[in-house]
Design a protein around this ligand. Structure first.
Ligand code: ATP
Length: 249
């Protein structure tokens, strides 16, 4: 069984079909990008997977569990961690405190009044390791709100990583970054993914970013999957060319 399996997933908002009978899987170790033009249903699909909204029809299995109706928190406990399109940090806390809190949020013993020190130390250790993987150790003591925009996006990834996810979900990791910041962030992410051991599902508009990072792609058009495969075959697919890429290849 795949780590994440979507079967016949449909989301309707009144008369609008945002996601239409989507069946796809994410295998352990792959970095899968979901792409598609504006309104294709990428964000809606992301919301269905993370539990922000419930499917109208269809099933979601994660790590062998049926999670179709499970709230977002339960999915997080099973090992889904996400970053957000809009920066979601505690700006007055240091980068280190942000990652430590993120690590702690996943720990079932986090509210124990006694013995909390061990939980705290372990969370701090995991948070520091995540900062290091994102190349942020040198800014660990700085308030998150004072970091550059690019480092703030990477800090969000570090926070998700500090939770040691089985599946890392990234919603437009380079959204709002300048060309230089995007190039730097993509270098860091490419290095992180090349290290192996992570399974990633990302939604991204920027095709340069997608082709640099993704090992697999799913293309959505009007809520429907029109292509699924490795980046080279997707890029060469005439249906994708027609619907979306418009001569990118
Ligand atoms: P973008 O790239 O612009 O973010 P997207 O691919 O993420 O687009 P969605 O935001 O998932 O696409 O939207 C898919 C369709 O569903 C659109 O027609 C959108 O207007 C509609 N939609 C999304 N969320 C809602 C909602 N809460 N209520 C009504 N319609 C919605």
């Amino acid at each position: 069984m795949s780590l994440l399996e979507l079967q016949g997933l449909t989301k309707r908002y009144g008369g609008i079909v945002a996601v239409n009978d989507v069946t796809m899987a994410v295998e352990e170790g792959e970095v899968r990008a979901v792409i598609g033009p504006n309104g294709a249903g990428k964000t809606s699909l992301f919301h269905l997977i993370t539990g922000v909204v419930k499917p109208t029809v269809g099933e979601i299995h994660f790590g062998g569990h049926r999670v179709s109706a499970m709230p977002a928190f339960g999915r997080c406990q099973l090992g889904m961690s996400r970053t957000f399109q809009i920066t979601a940090l505690f700006p007055e806390m240091s980068a280190r405190e942000n990652t430590r809190l993120a690590a702690q949020a996943r720990d079932p013993k986090r509210w124990l009044p006694l013995g909390g020190g061990g939980v705290f130390a372990e969370a701090a250790r995991r948070g520091d390791a995540a900062l290091e993987r994102l190349g942020l150790t040198h800014v660990a003591e700085r308030p998150a709100g004072l970091l550059s925009h690019g480092d703030q996006r990477l800090l969000e990834v570090a926070m998700a990583l500090a939770q040691q996810p089985r599946l890392l979900l990234m919603d437009e990791p380079t959204q709002g970054l300048s060309v230089e910041e995007t190039a730097q962030a993509v270098d860091v992410l490419a290095g992180l993914f090349a290290g192996g051991g992570l399974t990633v599902l990302l939604v991204e508009h920027d095709m340069e970013v997608v082709f640099r990072l993704a090992t697999k792609m799913t293309v959505l058009h009007r809520g429907t999957v029109i292509a699924d495969g490795d980046p080279d075959s997707v890029k060469a697919d005439p249906v994708v060319q027609d619907a979306y890429l418009g001569g990118y290849a």
